[in-house]
Design a protein around this ligand. Structure first.
Ligand SMILES: [Fe+2]
Length: 98
């Protein structure tokens, strides 16, 4: 989610991101998308207006697509990282099979 607690959060940087900064910013964006999903799900569960809930649920779906957008971008820009995720997938399956 955007950080509004300091005025520097909207200040344009003096230079563009390095490769590692860009990758970190994408990870941050993925986390922000998950945070948005959490907030909107909580809203949908607690708002007593059918139309508003319908819209929020549509936005939740959009945010999940955004997670996929950023994950795919991360895969393209930092393919080595996916190996760690694959290791986690495999490890989980092995643990669940026990
Ligand atoms: Fe989003």
């Amino acid at each position: 989610m955007p950080e509004f607690s300091t005025p520097h959060s909207v200040k344009k940087a003096d230079s563009t991101f390095t490769q590692s900064e860009m990758i970190r910013s994408i990870r941050f964006a993925i986390a922000a998308e998950y945070e948005a999903i959490q907030i909107y799900e909580e809203m949908a569960e607690n708002i007593n207006n059918k139309d508003a809930v319908k819209l929020i649920e549509e936005i939740i779906t959009d945010e999940k697509v955004h997670v996929g957008n950023f994950l795919q971008l991360l895969r393209i820009l930092n393919p080595e990282e996916e190996e760690f995720y694959k290791e986690g997938y495999k490890e989980t399956l092995e643990l669940l099979e026990k």
